[in-house]
Ligand binder design. Structure first.
Ligand SMILES: [Zn+2]
Ligand SMILES: [Zn+2]
Length: 149
């Protein structure tokens, strides 16, 4: 696991702990699998990885419950268009997760732009809408895939 990823993983675990959320070994295992991956992972891919890491079978509903928990904690995000999950790069603060999703390779890059966040919040506020979590997905082709085509 690259150093940057293990730092991200540790800070995500700390964020959850500081909030008093219980980080069971299995929850940490799923989070670790997300941080170790270089692309968004579906629930079943995650289950395979975690089963291998823990050397035992894990029922799919448990994986979904853990993913729900991690998303609720803001340390993971579901990418609807891919039906897959990624670790959130900066869980220590409330933010909009803005993803550039490549249609060819399935890579998802999270970009951070407070301006986008502010625009969405302001529009929502005007409509009297209370935003709990912002996830913006943009689909297209990443730079390497554009070159390949
Ligand atoms: Zn995020
Ligand atoms: Zn791509």
């Amino acid at each position: 696991m690259p150093r940057e990823a293990s730092r991200g993983l540790n800070s995500a675990i700390n964020v959850c702990r500081l909030r008093g959320a219980q980080m069971t070994p299995l929850r940490q295992g799923v989070l670790k699998a997300l941080w170790s991956a270089d692309r968004p992972l579906g629930a079943y891919d995650l289950r395979d990885l975690v089963e291998k890491a823990f050397d035992r079978q894990i029922p799919a509903p448990s994986i979904y419950r853990i993913l729900d928990f991690l998303c609720e904690q803001g340390v993971a995000t579901r990418i609807e268009s891919l039906n897959a999950y990624v670790a959130c790069g900066h869980p220590e603060r409330d933010h909009a997760c803005v993803f550039l999703v490549c249609e060819a390779c399935g890579d998802a890059t999270e970009i951070e732009n407070p301006k986008v966040e502010k625009l969405i919040s302001e529009d929502a506020k005007r409509l009297g809408f209370v935003v709990k979590h912002q996830v913006v997905e943009m689909s297209g082709l990443c730079a390497p895939c554009q070159q390949a085509s």
